[in-house]
Design a protein around this ligand. Sequence first.
Ligand SMILES: *Cc1c(COP(=O)(O)O)cnc(C)c1O
Length: 399
Amino acid sequence: MSVENEKIKQRADAVFVGNYNRNPAAFVKGEGCRLIDADGREYLDFLSGIAVCALGHCHPAVTEAIRRQAGELVHVSNLFYTGPQTELAELLVAHTFADKVFFANSGAEANEAAIKLARIASEPGRYEIISLEGSFHGRTLATVAATGQTKFHQGFEPMPEGFVHAPFGNLMVLDNMITDNTCAILCEPLQGESGVRPLSKEYLQGIRALCDRHGLLLIFDEVQTGMGRTGTLFAYEQLGVTPDIMTVAKGLGNGLPIGAMLTTRDIARALAPGTHASTFGGNPVAAAAAVATLEIMLAEGFLAGVRERGLYFSEQLQGLVPRFPNLLSGVRGLGMIWALVLTEAGVVRGTELVRKMFDRGYLINFAGNSALRFVPPLIVTAGEIDRLIAALAEVFAEF
Ligand SMILES: *Cc1c(COP(=O)(O)O)cnc(C)c1O
C-alpha cells in the first residue's frame, strides 16, 4: 500500500540519529492545507509544521518571493547590508512596540539572543531569568534551561546557571522568587508545547507590574503565538501588556528558517558591535519569504478572517466535548491555536487518537501529555474544519 513511504523510511531510519519519533509518511508536495505523501495519499494538515506554514504550504506569493530572491542573491555576511533583511526589520518595527531587530534562524536562537541581551543590558550581578513551569523555549542548552519542564533537562545536566522556574499562575510565589540577581521574567503569552495553556490578562498584567516594580525586563516568547496565530499579529496586542523584548520565529518565514528578537532602542544599545552575531541570520531568501508573508498578513481583512474562522473552529470543537465526556474535558486556545483537553481516560489514549487521525489522513498532535493540539494554516476554511470535526467524532466514537 505505501511502498514509496516505506522505502524512504527504511533509508532514513538507517542513517538518522533517532531523536525523532516520526510518523510513517514521507511528504513530497504541499498546497494550502493539503499535503501529499510519496504514495500519492492526501492529508489535511492541522499542524502546519507546528505553527510554521501559517499561509498554507507553498503560498504562491511566498514561493514567488523565494524564487525571485534566489535568482538575485542568496547570502552575504552580516558585515554588509541587504534590502530584504532591511525591509523585513522595517515592517516588524512598524507593526510592533519595538524599535530594533536582531535576526536569527530559529526560535531557540532568537531566545538565546533575548537571554544574552537581558543579561548584558542589566547591572552586573543581575543575570537570573525567571520562566514558568510548563514553558517551552527551545532545545539549545540555555533555552532548555529556561524551559520549565524537567523532562527536557534529563540526561543533559548540569544545566547552565541562572534559570529558575515559577509555578504557573501564581503571582505571589513569582514575587518571592525575585532576588538581587534577577534580570528578567521570560514567558509565552500562551504556552503552546505544554498543551495550549493561555495566561490570563490579569496574570500577564501582574507579571508586567512585578517587572516594573523590581526593574526587570519582561521577555515574551512569541515564537509560537506570533505571526497571526492568535488572531492578532502578536498575542501581546490583545493582552494589554507590552514586553521589553519579544522573540518570533515559527510562522515568520512561512516555512523558511528565520527568527527575530525585537526590543526597544534603549535596551538594544547594550548589544554593541561584537557582542552577538549570526552567520545566516536574516538571510536574504528567508527575509524575502518573511516580507511576502507579513505583507499578506497585514492586508485588509486577513487577521479578522483568522479570528472569525478561529471562533467557528472553537465552537465546533466545543460541540464535541459533551458528546464524548469520557475522553474530552474542554477546549482551550485563542485565534487559530486550539486544543481539546483530554480527561484522564483520554490522556491514556492520546497517542493512539493522533495515530487514528493520521490513518484517516489528518495531521494533529498530542501536546503536553494533556491535549490534542490544532494549529492549522491560518487560511484553513470552514469546510476543512468541518471535515476534521467529522473525522474526530468518528475516531472518538470508536472508544
Ligand atoms: C517552537 C518553540 C521554540 C523553539 O523554536 P525552534 O525554532 O524549534 O528553535 C521556542 N519557543 C516556543 C514558544 C516555541 O513554540
